[in-house]
Each structure stands twice: as C-alpha cells, then as structure tokens.
Design a protein around this ligand. Sequence first.
Ligand SMILES: C[S@@+](CC[C@H](N)C(=O)[O-])C[C@H]1O[C@@H](n2cnc3c(N)ncnc32)[C@H](O)[C@@H]1O
Length: 335
Amino acid sequence: MERPCVRVPREAGEETRQALTDAGLLDDGYEIVVEDGRLYLPVTDRDAASERYELVTRDVPPHDTQQTPADRLGFDPSYERLGDVAILDEDDPKRAGEIADAILGSDLPVRAVIDRASKVKGDLRVRDWTVVARADDGENDRLVTETVHREYGFEYLLDLSMVYFSPRLATERHRVTEEVAAGEQVVDMFAGVGPFAVPMAASGTTVVAVDLNPAAVEYLRENARRNGVADRVTAIEGDVRTVAADYADWADRIVMNLPHSADDFLDAAVTLAGEDCVLHYYDIQHEDDPFGPGERAIREAAEPAGYDVDVLTRHVVRSYAPHELNVCLDVRLSR
Ligand SMILES: C[S@@+](CC[C@H](N)C(=O)[O-])C[C@H]1O[C@@H](n2cnc3c(N)ncnc32)[C@H](O)[C@@H]1O
C-alpha cells in the first residue's frame, strides 16, 4: 500500500527509527522496507516528518500480524494518534462513525475515537470534541479524552477537552529544547501541560512555567513529577503579564508559544529577560512576509528597554492555513 515514508541511508536507520518512535511518528501498521542501501520508514504524519527528513511516497506492506483500519475500510483514513486516543477531522458524522469502528476494530492500541467539533478557541486555546466511539462503552470512570502521550522519550498526561495540546508540534518542540544548556533559567510563558518545560528541565535548566488554564497547570505539575523534573519546574497558574514582575530580569531564555497574540505579551517578555536572553517567538502570518511583523514588534518592545536585537533563526514550523504560516523567530536580546 502507498504510504508516506522517511528515506534514510541504511547506517542512519536505527537512529531514525528510534527518533520517529519517540516522536510518535512511526506508522506501526506497516513494515520498514530496505532497498538499495536505503531504509523506507512509514510515518503517520507527512508534514511533521518532512520537517527533519526526506519524505517519499512508496509501496510498503502492512504488518502481517496487524489488521489496520485501512484493511477494514478499503481506503486509508486520515487520523492522528495521541496516546490511546485517535483524533479525526471529519465533517460527515456517518463517515466519522465508520472510520471510528474500523480503528477500534483494528489491532491499533486505541481506546477511544474523537472528532474535532470546533476550532481551538478563547484564551485557553481548547477545542470542543465529539466522542465518536469508545472501546469500553462508557463502563468505566476514566475520562475518555484523557490519555498519556509519549514524545521524544517524555510522557504527558493530558485531557484534550480541558487543555491545548498538538502532537504535530513535536519536531518543533524538539528543535527548541535541544538548544538549551544546563544551568539556564527559562520562562515558558504559555506552558500548557509542559511539552517545552519538561524536556528543558530534564536538560538541567531551571524552569518557571506559567499558564492561565488551571487544568493545564495541574497536568503540568503531574507531568513534571512523572518525568522526574518536579524539583526544576515551578508551575504557576495565572496571567503571565501579572507573573512577570515576580521574575523581572531573571530569564536567560523565554518560550512564547501563543502564536496568534504573542505580540501582546512582548512587554512582559522584556520584563522577564535578563541581560542576555534568547526568545523563541511563535507567530502566524501571511506567507508574503511571515517574519517581518514579529521582528518589528520585538524591536519595538525591546530596543527602548536598552536591548540589542539579533535574529538568530527565522524558522517555518508548518503551514497553518492557505497562505498562512506558523513560524518561529529565535532572537537574542542583549544589553
Ligand atoms: C498554544 S497553547 C501552547 C501550550 C504549550 N506550549 C504546548 O506547546 O502545548 C497556549 C497556552 O497559553 C495559555 N495562555 C493564554 N493566555 C495566557 C496568559 N495571558 N498567561 C499565561 N498563559 C496563557 C493557554 O491556556 C494555553 O495553554
């Protein structure tokens, strides 16, 4: 069956297989194929994998032992996996029901299938979900939208109906978290359940992680505990604009992952920044000038406070909507 595959030289095969597994991107419904000294590793999310690897489409056999949703349906449905929950984006409830039955009837370790019922909304960036099908028919008390997601060797407990989380950002989070050095003081201004804060703390940094959403902060504390970094993460519930004064001039690094309105928080970021501070500023802008508005806003906020602004990286994270890009500016502020 034709699947998106990462193509790497055979020598890089094991390292790539491990990295894709850790990122939750390896499609375990299909076999890895070796041909002409190269490995073809089937992946679940073409866009996310293409950020780091060469992607091709090719025929790969399904695992003999595993029955996939496609085997049951006769077509290859589109879905994402977050822990043991499968996520659909279907407009037609009948089709969603068929896909959900095929997923639950397959050999995938999936407990519930949910469908996007709204866009992410409001300050907390949470969306509504429709539960399409569940394996346990609602017999037990476990929250159907709560699951444990694994990403680059860390695990996150979260309830999608209460917090924001996107597995599609795994590669981007890994890119940024790889940059930290032990001993740094980091502020994650919009921390969610901790997918930046936890790996950064595990690299030996001290992290102050803020979020407005009480549920996200509870999961963040739990995730810091689960991953053995509770002593390095201070989780604070509140508006980061209020919290900033308590950590004025403190941060060596700041993560600003609230792409639609990060510019409203640049004054708080400048308050938090120490003498020398790297800012990871996420933005969503038109493809004609994806970095200009963010760069201008950062200069407007930081230069009057005495900072030199040096753009280290202009990085496209992913396509967000037609002609709109989700981007990250990595910027050094130095005084
Ligand atoms: C796009 S999510 C990012 C979460 C996390 N960084 C991630 O990658 O999963 C933005 C987060 O910012 C939080 N938020 C929104 N306004 C905030 C504010 N004024 N102060 C602190 N957190 C805020 C939301 O509750 C949400 O969890």
